[in-house]
Design a protein around this ligand. Sequence first.
Ligand SMILES: [Zn+2]
Length: 469
Amino acid sequence: MTLKLHDTMARKKRPFVPADPKRVTMYVCGPTVYGYAHIGNARPVVAFDVLFRLLRHIYGPDHVVYARNVTDVDDKINQKAADEGVEISVITERYLAAYLEDMDALGALRPTHQPRATDYIQAMVDMIAGLIANGGAYEAEGHVLFDTQAAPDYGALSGRSLDDMIAGARVEVAPYKRHPADFVLWKPSKPHEPRWPSPWGEGRPGWHSECSTMIEQVLGLPIDIHGGGIDLVFPHHENELAQARCAHHGGEFARFWMHNGFLDMAGEKMSKSLGNVIIPHELLQAVPGEVVRWALLSAHYRQPLDWTEALIEQSRKALDRLYGALQDARRTLGGAGRPGAHTGPLVDKVIEALSDDLNTPLALSGLFRLSDELREAIGGGDRAEIQRAHDDLITAGALLGLVQADPAGWFQGGADDDLKGKVEALLVQRTEARTAKDWPTADRIRGELDALGVVVMDGPQGATWRLKD
Ligand SMILES: [Zn+2]
């Protein structure tokens, strides 16, 4: 099966062949840690997590190296620290911890490397010095600027010419720039801002220098895949590319460029609904991370995604359906089975969908087919068939980072041990009452369960329960 990925530079899908199948490299631009992430920032994390899982499946888990940076030097961080009257590290540590906690809750695997900008300042200074030496950058008024006119194919990634950029006024005009599109590689720090020594005075690097340097230092050039949100194509990735190529005499930087589309919050009128909670840190108080993950994967990563309360509800129902089938299977089998022990044709369908430029909507519908197959197997009663269908659903789900939890935990996640004990005891009494045809008692127990916020689901394998939403 050929993996095809859409390459922003080529503007089309191309067969993906890594430079070295024993060491497939991927870099995704990470967070600037000055506040809680926006739900839009979670989309690339989840989309590229699916790609990471797929690459690990194809090339082996030990042969994929994924790096995502942490921007811990930035004007917004400085401002936040000044506002609170604390050290910059207090801000960056607080919000990096929150970011990792939230992305863990969304089921994203931690990248192999998470380099921090402040650990690579000297390497950035060295790269900038190299650019000045080979005529790609110049010093002016304590700043070092990249000379865009020295980069013959500047604009190739975003499809913009230098003239377009001036006309569109997407670039900051400053008196010390030779050309308005020239961008800052190094700038002087204001009093009380973090600073590092350099040949051009004490200061700090520009944002774009960070990724080019860390990509080279952490992964080595060229990398196979460079990813991020569509808003990063220009100027961030265009500038990363220009300086990296200039520093390496026009050599290759990234073999594939991948960008995810926007998350659209404007589709629904503003109201106090979950669809308008745009901070995962808050949303995850009310909604399981797996529901948010399903919602984020429900549209193809390059398409815009309408973020609405209805989407969150649909995603929860979808997961209820899958976990419901898994729960019934486990009750019949009396155990969890051996995920990965078997891969049938429906699992291949899911892999095939993902291999076509991460077609997650098709892959999710593949999970429904697997759960239908599991339901049929449960109906048929053949234990080996049930086991096989159960394991296939878990195996395919793992590629998407879904349905890996214990189904009982999924349905009863919010219940403490005290409540669980009460419910289980009431269910036993209810079964006894029903066996004895003592309907008044059975009805009274049902009422008690209802008052506890519990929904009872009677099935062929007995009663199961979940908490009401
Ligand atoms: Zn970057």
